[in-house]
Design a protein around this ligand. Structure first.
Ligand code: NAD
Length: 329
């Protein structure tokens, strides 16, 4: 089996590649993985270091919007697992152009290439943010999309293009939508690694608004187990939700991170709220649980403790990234 993984040098994509090549997922032991990644500010070859010498890994540097490159890489693959995207909401509020280019045009270039070369299955990895915000209850997979940030809107556009490819051309496309991930190798601009690295450096952490926004958290390894189940056993043309069932406010999460890093609330700056900040996301995950048997294996307590320990032990990985993680407003 040959799998093309886009964005495989990023946070979640690299976890998927490491797990696939180490035999932890459902792919056969002789699986071949091609990573296509542009190595943007968040892409990092160091994320693939544990499998760098694996004979099943091929790395192709390049942009998914480059149709000629996509056309040359695609032949011979049985499946595409598409992670590559601009992924940070705050960056999309500063400038949305790269989000539209990579997330929308890039996805279409891959869909076109996969169809031309008759790739069997295309897994499009997406987010709960495409639905907007929900005060109570949870979204099911048939909920209409109502994204608020430019990031979420670009992901919603790419989801619809992926599903259209199935409906128009009968292509074997499956879409996953997941809640917030955390874990090792997470670029230090997103809340959990940003707070951990700032606290470890003796610095301060910014909490948006009153900290009341609610997110659901899932360990990145559980996200990848679910994507792998969808890759091997999901039904074509379907959307599958993936979530952790661990909802908490950003303020509650801040308290846990302060405790884990031995710091107090005096290290927290309350900053002006993010523009259009969605109050709450919540996915109903009944479908993937009942149909594919997916249940998260990592408790939030264990996952967070492992993550904090990993950042403590791997300063060499994150310290060179700190400058790149700063937002230039
Ligand atoms: P990330 O920013 O860590 O990684 C993105 C990767 O894509 C990087 O390696 C980057 O170099 C690459 N990339 C970006 N634009 C590219 C382009 N034009 N051509 C080739 N490569 C390109 O992001 P992540 O957190 O690993 O997210 C991966 C996917 O999962 C995204 O599609 C995101 O929308 C989705 N997702 C993320 C989360 C989360 O909590 N992080 C939750 C749900 C869904």
């Amino acid at each position: 089996m040959r799998i093309l993984v886009t964005g495989g040098a990023g946070f979640i994509g690299s976890q998927f590649v490491r797990a696939t090549l180490s035999g932890a997922l459902l792919s056969p032991p002789d699986v071949q993985v091609t990573v296509l990644d542009k190595l943007t500010y968040s892409g990092n070859l160091a994320n693939l270091a544990p499998v760098a010498d694996h004979p099943g890994l091929t790395f192709v540097p390049g942009d998914i919007t480059d149709a000629y490159l996509v056309d040359s890489v695609m032949p011979g693959h049985d499946a595409v697992v598409h992670f590559a995207a601009e992924s940070h909401v705050d960056r999309s509020l500063i400038g949305a152009r790269d989000f539209v280019t990579s997330n929308v045009l890039g996805t279409q270039a891959l869909l076109d290439g996969a169809r031309r070369h008759r790739v069997g299955r295309f897994v499009h990895v997406s987010t709960d943010e495409v639905y907007g915000s929900i005060e109570r209850g949870s979204w099911t997979e048939d909920q209409p999309l109502a994204p608020n940030s430019p990031y979420a809107a670009s992901k919603a556009g790419s989801d619809l293009l992926a599903l259209a490819q199935h409906r128009s051309h009968g292509m074997d496309v499956v879409v996953t939508r997941c809640s917030n991930n955390y874990g090792r190798y997470h670029f230090p601009e997103k809340m959990i690694p940003l707070f951990i690295t700032r606290l470890m450096e003796g610095g301060r952490v910014p909490l948006y608004g009153d900290g009341g926004n609610v997110r659901d958290w899932l360990h990145v390894s559980d996200h990848c187990t679910a994507i792998d189940l969808v890759l091997h056993r999901g039904r074509a043309g379907e959307v599958y939700h993936i979530g952790g069932g661990v909802e908490m406010t950003n303020k509650e999460l801040t308290g846990l991170l302060l405790d884990a890093c031995g710091a107090g609330w005096d290290r927290v700056d309350y900053v002006a709220d993010r523009k259009g900040h969605d109050l709450r996301y919540s996915l109903d995950v009944t479908k993937i649980r009942d149909e594919l048997g997916h249940r998260p294996a990592v408790s939030f307590e264990d996952g967070l403790a492992d993550t904090v320990r990993w950042y403590h032990d791997n300063r060499d990985w994150w310290q060179p990234l700190l400058e790149r993680a700063e937002l230039r407003r």
